[in-house]
Design a binder for this molecule. Structure first.
Ligand code: SF4
Length: 316
């Protein structure tokens, strides 16, 4: 990784693990400890925010350079690096990676110890030190990680559940990998033209690969989600085309989520690209009508609406 990137990531609060992995404390974990509030994943699926970790095995690698990404991309810091190929020498064993993730979590909880005066319940603090869920989603494309199956197996072996978010450009990996507890495929465009402009793929046939991932999604035996990342004035059009993409994948859930003006995306977009919750809600209602999914829940603070194929959600 270029030194400039390492410096930038550390400034943004990432704990770098091994040569390519990273952990970053989730703001919702802190809010859950201090104010007893929770992230939409707790509300929708039962994932306790104070016991949830977010990490990535590939912080600097991705097949796309989405304008809305929090991730630092080469144009943000004026330095080039290979964003796609992964060398074997880049990797540490998955058990070491997970040990490092758990250590990073303990380090970041240091300031929340009630014995040292923090206004946090003893019970919650102890629970946060013993996490039960890993979100493989922080930044980068996790299916580029050659040991992704081993990582998921390791997480489950340690008694934790897992969410994995992919951009869908690696359908061959999706169809063969160990499956996470809940698998997300992002849909950030209704058509190829929008896709190329907004997601700026660094590979050939990115759009075709996403369509193939959607076809694969319906055959996978795990909970599946399409995450629609909505960017105002960029991809919030043609709800009918989105509904056809959803039909292809038949996911259990659809999360319609507004882009947030955060991280390195602030170099590429502006506040006006972050839709209001009212816009997200209106788009979701149209999508629900076209797909037949049930609009079950929403969280205004995260500008997210949940649609579900079934009327009941089994909490994890
Ligand atoms: S696919 Fe995800 S990690 Fe990759 S550039 Fe887009 S938002 Fe960032």
């Amino acid at each position: 990784m270029p030194l400039e990137l390492v410096e930038k990531l550390e400034k943004q609060g990432y704990h770098l693990l091994g040569r390519r992995g990273a952990y970053k404390a989730c703001q919702w974990q802190k809010k859950a400890l201090l104010h007893d509030t929770s992230c939409y994943k707790q509300r929708f699926y039962g994932i306790q925010s104070h016991r949830c970790l977010q990490m990535t095995p590939m912080v600097d690698k991705c097949t796309q350079s989405c304008e809305f990404c929090w991730r630092v991309t080469p144009s943000d810091i004026g330095v080039n690096w290979n964003q796609i190929d992964v060398e074997d020498t880049d990797l540490i064993p998955v058990n070491e990676l997970m040990d490092a993730v758990l250590m990073a979590n303990l380090r970041s909880l240091g300031g929340y110890n009630p014995s040292a005066g923090a206004d946090v319940s003893e019970k919650k603090y102890k629970e946060a030190r013993d996490p039960k869920h890993v979100a493989i989603s922080l930044a980068g494309e996790p299916t580029l990680y050659p040991m992704i199956s081993d990582l998921i197996d390791e997480i489950h072996h340690r008694g934790m559940t897992s969410f994995l978010v992919t951009n869908g450009t690696r359908p061959d990996v999706l169809s063969t990998m160990s499956l996470p507890t809940q698998l997300y495929v992002t849909l950030a465009a209704p058509d190829e033209t929008t896709y190329k402009l907004l997601c700026r793929p660094g590979i050939k046939n990115g759009w075709e690969s996403i369509l193939k991932s959607q076809e694969t999604l319906q055959s996978l035996s795990t909970r599946t989600v399409n995450r629609l990342t909505m960017v105002a004035n960029r991809n919030m059009h043609d709800v009918r085309a989105y509904s056809k993409l959803v039909d292809l994948g038949e996911p259990d859930f659809i999360e319609v989520k507004g882009y947030m003006f955060l991280g390195s995306s602030r170099n590429r977009l502006d506040h006006g690209n972050a839709p209001s919750h009212r816009e997200i809600r209106a788009f979701s209602e149209n999508l629900a009508a076209l797909t037949g999914y049930h609009l079950l829940d929403e969280q205004v603070e995260s500008r997210v609406v949940l649609l579900s194929r079934s009327k009941q959600i089994k909490k994890l």
